[in-house]
Design a protein around this ligand. Structure first.
Ligand code: UD1
Length: 418
């Protein structure tokens, strides 16, 4: 059993370089299928999800290599159209390969992604958009069979700005004839990054980050070298660590523009923030102020991925904070573990209320999902005594060298295996 052993209660201090964005690099890796020429993806974080994405590309016939920083993909002979079920199960977000496989080979089969620890996670918005664009869909034996006979360029309005559906449509349309317009797309920075990558390959995509994306299909895309954006969720994690246990952290290779709302909230909580180009300095002392309401929303609203992190940082706040989770129906599993650490959190459906306590204490806890697990590390670092966290593999899906990074900031964090 692998466990993180954390002795909390001491302030953090130090400097860290923030890794490349997981949520950017995964669709970008999928998009390399759209060219027969080699692509080089720089600032690629060495994560289990990235390794799984590279295995999917290999299973589809690509030649891949990864040195831990730069991923190289040569999709010259990627004739594969089916993602093996085992790989599909390993990484739920492999549904984002669908648009790229279809764009490349006009046919695709994937296992139904099913639910996950955060909730049901349907893909109906993806499939409805595909169907409008001319893709025939057949569900059979747990697989979704997609086939594109004739592409029907048009204006598609998403009923919800789904990140995955937006990415899938962008990838499908890049090589299709005519102009496709996507209304009410997701506006996350990772969507802009995907647009920039596609355009770097020679695509004609405009409007990402706004409420309308226009894709003019081109005949062919070419290889390129591209560097992914910094991971705003990872940056938020280490910024929150300065608040949950007090201290001073300097984060480099950050894009503060992608974290505006979060940074404003940290300031309201009493943290001092300074920005200098791509460097972010966060200093906090004592118990933070509570904030009245944290409501998760599509970007530029407060990100659902930061909800567990901010909740951890508010466990010892002065006052009470209401969390309202509007994106995923089952995203408070960390709250039960926070109780074990002495936190006072009441969950009622999709809302939770945190009453700040004076102190937290160590306990044995379980990380059941990626960001909830990161929240547990933050809470444990701010708790007196020893905490043991199981379920480390969930945390490692999104954080490169998480033990070493917290140790670099002076945290007493040790990974053990027995
Ligand atoms: C979501 C987050 C994204 C985050 C990622 C990983 C939002 C809007 N998206 O992206 O920021 O990085 O999780 O944690 O915050 N939905 C449907 N039908 C669909 C697709 C989605 O009902 O076909 C629903 C989902 O169940 C969910 C919501 O829409 O309630 C958001 O989904 P979506 O943005 O697609 O999720 P991800 O792409 O996974």
């Amino acid at each position: 059993m692998r466990r993180l052993n954390i002795s909390g209660g001491r302030p953090l201090r130090g400097e860290l370089k923030i890794q490349g964005s997981k949520n950017s690099v995964l669709p970008i890796l999928a998009a390399t299928l759209l060219t027969e020429e080699p692509c080089e993806i720089r600032n690629c974080p060495d994560l289990t999800d990235v390794r799984a994405a590279l295995e999917i590309l290999e299973a589809l016939g690509c030649r891949v290599s990864f040195d831990g920083q730069i991923a190289r993909v040569d999709a010259g002979s990627a004739a594969g159209t089916k993602i093996p079920d085992e790989l599909m199960r390993r990484m739920r977000s492999s549904v984002m390969f669908l648009g790229a496989i279809l764009g490349r080979n006009r046919s695709a089969q994937i296992g139904h992604p099913g639910g996950c620890e955060l909730g049901a996670r349907p893909i109906d918005i993806h499939l409805r958009a595909f169907s409008r664009l001319g893709v025939s869909l057949l569900e059979n034996g747990g697989y979704i069979h997609c086939h594109l006979r004739q592409y029907l360029p048009q204006t598609i309005t998403l009923i919800f700005p789904s990140v995955g559906a937006t990415e899938n449509v962008m990838m499908l349309c890049a090589l299709m004839p005519g102009e496709t317009v996507l209304v009410n797309p997701a506006r996350e920075p990772e969507i802009v990054d995907l647009q920039n990558f596609l355009n770097c390959m020679g695509a004609d995509v405009m409007g990402a980050g706004s409420d309308c994306i226009r894709i003019r299909g081109v005949k062919k895309l070419h290889g390129c070298s591209y560097s992914v954006i910094p991971d705003r969720i990872v940056a938020a994690t280490y910024a929150c660590s300065a608040v949950s246990c007090g201290g001073e952290v300097l984060l480099s290779h950050v894009e503060p523009e992608h974290m505006r709302l979060f940074l404003a909230m940290l300031q309201d909580m009493g943290a001092q923030i300074r920005e200098e180009g791509d460097r972010l300095w966060v200093k906090a002392k004592g118990r933070p102020n509570a904030i009245p309401l944290v409501k998760t929303l599509p970007y530029p609203g407060f990100p659902t991925d930061m909800q567990p992190l901010l909740m951890a940082a508010l466990l010892k706040s002065r006052g009470s904070t209401v969390f309202h989770e509007t994106i995923f129906e089952n995203r408070f599993r960390h709250a039960g573990e926070f109780l074990r650490l002495g936190g006072d959190v009441q969950v009622e459906g999709v809302s939770a209320i945190v009453h700040g306590v004076n102190r937290l204490h160590g306990a044995d806890v379980y990380a059941s999902d990626l960001r909830g697990g990161a929240g547990l590390i933050l809470a444990a670092l701010g708790a007196d005594g020893k905490t043991r966290i199981e379920g480390v593999e969930h945390i490692e899906r999104g954080y490169v060298s998480v033990t070493e990074c917290f140790r670099k900031l002076g945290g007493d964090v040790i990974l053990t295996e027995d």
